[in-house]
Design a protein around this ligand. Sequence first.
Ligand code: FEO
Ligand code: CA
Ligand code: CA
Length: 576
Amino acid sequence: MNRNAGRQLIGTGGRHHPGIGGRLAPESAGSHHDGMHFFAIDGHTDDGLLVINHEYVEPRLMHISASGLKLCAEDAYLIDGGRPADDVLKEMNAHGVSVVRIRREAGGRWVAVADPRNRRVTALTPMELAGPVRGSDFVKTKYSPDGTCVRGTLGNCASSATPWNTYLAAEENWALYFRNDDSKEGKPDQPREHSQYRVPRGKTRYHWELADNGDDAFVRFDASRKTQSPAEDYRNEPNAFGWMVEIDPSRPGAVPVKRTALGRFAHEGVVFAPATEGKPLVCYSGDDAMFQFIYKFVSAQPYDNASAGGHLLDDGTLYVARFNDDGSGDWLALAAGQNGLTSENGFGSQAEVLVNTRAAAKHVGATRMDRPESGAIEPTTGAVYFSLTSNVKRKPDEVDKANPRAENYFGHIVRWTEEGADHAATSFRWDLFVIGGDQASGRDLTGRPLDDNNLFACPDGLWFDANGRLWIQTDIGDCALNKGRFEPFGNNAMLCADPMTGEIRRFLTGPLGQEITGVTTTPDGRTMFVNVQHPGAHTSADEFAQGRLGSHWPAGGSAVPRSATLVITREDGGIV
Ligand code: FEO
Ligand code: CA
Ligand code: CA
């Protein structure tokens, strides 16, 4: 499977130096790179817009004032009970999505090129809401009293290109950015729109709501009730997050749009079935949390190449998967009025179903999965693959055939084929493609134990290349890496699988502390881009306080570790 060579880095995130006045350092993209796609310009294979998600930040690596403090990777620290507004602004600017034009020079080196399309979409960028939730009471806020818009996108994990060449970024761990401290008669009193997604009480991920200038763009992360009216506070702000966000990389002035018909959850990513003229458009998405679900959206309007656009994602049916133990499966519609989703049961409108997608999926009896991550679709057969990264909380009496292990530390990959090879079908047949683990517990498609060349744990990113090879990226948590039961796996890695034979081989292993995230190639397949996220995140609070960072990748020496994009080519210039 390819001797790869000629590794290069582009698009590093984080800092060389801390930046000025809330701005990122000039040589930085955003932080914590994840999903990514290469959009060729005018059909050129070596000139395009690389679009990259930035999932989150590590404040300790962004601000000089963190030096000497005992901080873990995601800790934000208060100064005089608040956070300097400039620090908050900088962290918000490091979230979101980057559009960067890159070009391959004659010598083979890729460089960033100045272009009017280069831009950053951040946690502050104004966006529209579209689909059934737009204008509903659930999303009316002080910023948008008519419930039509919101500032920013958060937790952008995986992504996909649409058939009409725009980009969809998933909002995954957005709930942590908010708090809601409301109580009633001494007990916590959050609406289910917050509680079912685990919006915290008392604190937020980075304390942005405590910015010392009290700016409206920052205080909105406290979603506790402050006034008599939803149009005067931010009790509904969390409801404007948890969606798929469409961005048009070719039109820098285009306002990003949150497509609410695709459901609200911890969207890991999205993957489109091949678009067929005259047939509905279909895409799949997983909710990355323990015991959550796998979804698909089927457009109401048929796909028409000439007129295709984001409107196809605003009207259609959202389904959730039930995996039966006999190898069959059913898609259950999450449509107001169907499958018990009625006002008597708390689902009075399609907006209410969608804002409460998790509750609706549970109500219709979908299968509770082991943290659904990315999906990928085999180009020749149309089989859909989804990684289930782990679920340590599954008890022995909760296992089923699709989630067969109690205390599932190592994860597995499920796949299915739709009835009649029609992605819009409402039933399917499924099996398990691989069970992650070491020699003792990992098994490939044929039942062979995994071995030194392919053992892996916690599959996360999945992607099929044009030649039908399945690429698997792993995400063992940075605190667990290289310790205890995870010792045999080493650092997070990227593997390549043959979907026909089940053969799997390791392709690359990343540096210390990181996870391997997005992957895309140029149209000719000769250049592959792969993201390395959060190198050094395993550095403990004590080590950080002592200035002993667990990684200096990629710059080496004493540099601060940074997320970065690998450029991978073959020595012979062939297809990777
Ligand atoms: Fe952001 Fe579920 O990985
Ligand atoms: Ca992921
Ligand atoms: Ca992950």
